[in-house]
Structure formats: C-alpha cells, structure tokens
Design a protein around this ligand. Structure first.
Ligand code: PLP
Length: 397
C-alpha cells in the first residue's frame, strides 16, 4: 500500500464513484478494513469526513452529478459504498449501493430484475424474505419457487428461472450451499444469481469472487455490529445491473440517513477485529456444546463434524458468529434464555453483545419449539462460556 492510496476508485462519466480496492487488493484484511473507503487526506480535514446532511446540493446550471438531490446521492454514502466495495471485491471495480435496511437492498434486486412472466428461486429455509415477498411477487405475475439451501436443492427448481436467490449460511438453520456450483448451473441456464451474504460478511465470504452477480446484505447485523443501525447494501460488478438497482433506489427512496451511513463506515474499521473475535468464540462455544448432553441439533459450519463444513470450507474464510441448537422443548429454551446474564434475549445477530432467541416464537421458520439461535458477541470467551453452561444447568431444573 502506498500511503494514501486507500481509495483508488474511479469516477464514472456522470460523476458516480466505483471502488477499486485499497492498495490494489494487496493489503491484509485488517488494513483494508481500517482504511476502506477513506478519501485522500486533506490538510485540516478529518480522516473520515463527517456525515453530510443535505436534501439538495448547490447546483447552478445543468443538473449534472455527482451530487444533485439527496435521494439520488450523498457524499457520506459514497465513502461507505467505496468501503463496502473494497471489502466485497478487493482489487476489482464494482458498484455498491447502500440502502435503508437489508430488506430494502433485497427488494431492490428482486424488483429491479424481475418482470411479469419471470420465475425466481428463493431458499425456503432462509431469512423471511420469502414469506415477506411471495404475495407481492405473485401479484405482479412472477412465479415464486422455493427449495432448501442444503444439498444445493435449489438447482432442482432452477429450469427457466430468471433469478436464483441464495442465502448461505442460511438463517437460522445454518445450512450451506455450494455457491460456485449454483452459479455455474444458473448462468448456464440463463439465470442471474444473488447471494444474501449477511451472516458471513465480506470477511467471511466474497460472493462476487465465487461468480455471483450480486452480493446483498443486511448491514444491520455483523457489518455494523453494534445493534444500533438498520442498513443494507448491494454490490455488483455489472454496471447495467447496478443501474437497475440504482434506479429502483431512486424510485422507492429506500435510502439511508447520512448519520447511519457515517456510523456504518466508522464501524467497518473494526469489522475484522469483531469478526475474528466473534468467529473464534463461536467455534469454542460450538465445540463446548457439542459434548453437552442437554443439546441436540447443534449447527455451526466451522465445526469439522457439521454437515455444512466441507462445502463451507471451500468458500468461506470465516464461519460466522451464529451457532444454533435445540433444547428439549419450548419451556426449556425459555428457561435457558431467562437464565443467561451476559446474553440479551433479543432477535438479530452479528453484534458485539451476544444475543440469543427462541426462534420459534416468531412463527414462519420450520424449526422445533426448543430451537435457539445464538449470536456470539465480543465478550471474553471464558465469561460467555461460563454464562451459557450455567444457564443450561439452570434450565434443566
Ligand atoms: N437477510 C438476512 C439473512 C437477515 O437475517 C435479515 C434480517 O434479519 C435481513 C436480510 C433483513 O435485514 P433488515 O432487517 O436490515 O431489513
């Protein structure tokens, strides 16, 4: 890395930014994370410029970008979008668009790419995008097909589809599919591929390098990691696809506030520290639970005995912060969650404070009543393990 070359991204003809990785992709992940998206230094200016609060920008004459109106572009998004692009695809030129939430990012890909008469393949065991979107898609004349993530079962319903939507590892079941294989077959069949990369984050898995057309995420989770922001993004290397997503964002207006975008960028600087700690503790927790007599159905892709491990190892560089397991019944799970002192009984995942929840309380996921999704935070591992083991003991009573 040559000192200040952390944003070597280019600018398109209309003034939009596209990112090329810091140092041409040659720096380590930690270095990349702390410098991602930073503009060239300017004397007396902060390293990461503060949030730009603007509904409109001073714009005499012809309305040419990069900054015209606040629903179209914002300099704080630009920095964040470059940063995410550098993490998603080091050394490549890609476009990233940030959104007000993960669902806004998901919807932007689905609704910008699909037309009446198209078919889309979704996972039937992933985040609840399927139940949230199915009715609307069908009302627009789009055929919705679904199959499980594990065993690459989505391939079985792919024929003739326009878009294959993958979520790997799947939330909450933590099954994994082979992204390279699915992409190869989908492209051969003329389908685009989008990967929901929320659980892995780009430090765990880089879908574009595995051939996907879109990498999409809820940055509400591990990317921002503090449980205080809703945000999402879409990254693609294909300018035409990016243009469709950009247009959708403008039409729907699902844009992040500048404060959220700035906080997200600030949070990315610690992404590698957080995920390293969280993934290491998640593995330790999974190993500990694997021999615990009260636990069934333990899943963690990083565990060598896990059904997902072989495929995950071929495409993931870190296995994520989420561990799932099944306690004997609903009451047992509730008692366990009540007994935890260092773990919040809350939904979502990927944050620095551990959270756990009985997933079945929401309905909609095909999981047993005692199924617990556990998101490992950045606490000291020994404290967390002691808390979990004590809570498991107490739950038996
Ligand atoms: N994708 C996955 C895998 C998720 O777990 C979630 C939320 O839990 C989303 C997308 C939706 O993200 P958001 O809540 O930021 O809209």
């Amino acid at each position: 890395m040559t000192g200040k070359d952390s944003t070597t991204g280019g600018t398109t003809a209309d003034g939009r930014t596209v990112g090329t990785t810091a140092g041409g992709g040659t720096v380590g992940e930690g270095t990349r994370a702390v410098r991602a998206g930073l503009p060239d230094p300017v004397k007396y200016e902060p390293t990461l410029p503060g949030p730009v609060f603007a509904a409109h920008f001073h714009l005499p004459g012809e309305p040419v970008g990069p900054y015209t109106y606040g629903r179209d572009e914002n300099p704080t998004w630009t920095h964040l979008e470059r940063a995410i692009g550098e993490l998603e695809a080091p050394g490549q030129t890609v476009e990233t668009l940030v959104f007000a939430s993960g669902m806004a990012a998901i919807s932007s890909v689905i609704f910008s790419q699909l037309r009446a008469g198209d078919a889309v393949v979704l996972p039937d065991d992933g985040y609840q995008a399927l139940p949230l979107l199915r009715e609307r898609l069908e009302a627009y004349g789009i055929e919705v097909r679904a199959a499980p993530t594990g065993g690459d079962a989505q391939l079985g319903v792919l024929a003739g589809a326009r878009l294959l939507w993958i979520e790997t590892p799947s939330n909450p079941g933590l099954d994994v599919c082979d992204i390279r294989r699915l992409v190869k077959e989908a492209h051969a069949a003329g389908a685009l591929v989008a990967v929901d990369n929320t659980l892995a984050t780009p430090l765990g898995q880089r879908p574009l390098e595995l051939g996907a057309d879109f990498s999409v995420a809820s940055d509400t989770k591990g990317m921002t990691g503090h449980g205080d922001i809703l945000l999402g993004h879409v990254t693609t290397a294909n300018p035409e696809l990016a243009a469709g997503v950009r247009r959708w964002r403008k039409v729907v207006g699902a844009i992040p506030g500048p404060m959220e975008a700035w906080l997200a960028h600030r949070s990315l600087a610690t992404l590698h520290l957080r995920v390293d700690r969280q993934c290491a503790t998640a593995l330790t927790l999974a190993e500990t639970l694997s021999t615990h007599p009260g636990i069934a159905g333990l899943r963690y892709p990083g565990l060598p005995g896990d059904p997902s491990h072989a495929v995950a190892s071929g495409q993931m560089r870190r296995y994520g912060s989420v561990v799932s397991f099944v306690l004997p019944d609903r009451d047992h799970a509730e008692r366990f969650l009540d007994a935890l002192r260092l773990v919040d009984d809350a939904t979502s995942f990927g944050g620095v404070r551990s959270t756990a929840e009985r997933r079945g309380r929401w309905g909609g996921d095909a999981v047993p009543e005692g199924f617990v999704r556990f998101s490992v935070g950045a606490e000291d591992p020994e404290d967390l393990l002691a808390d979990v083991l004590r809570a498991l003991d107490e739950a038996v009573r």
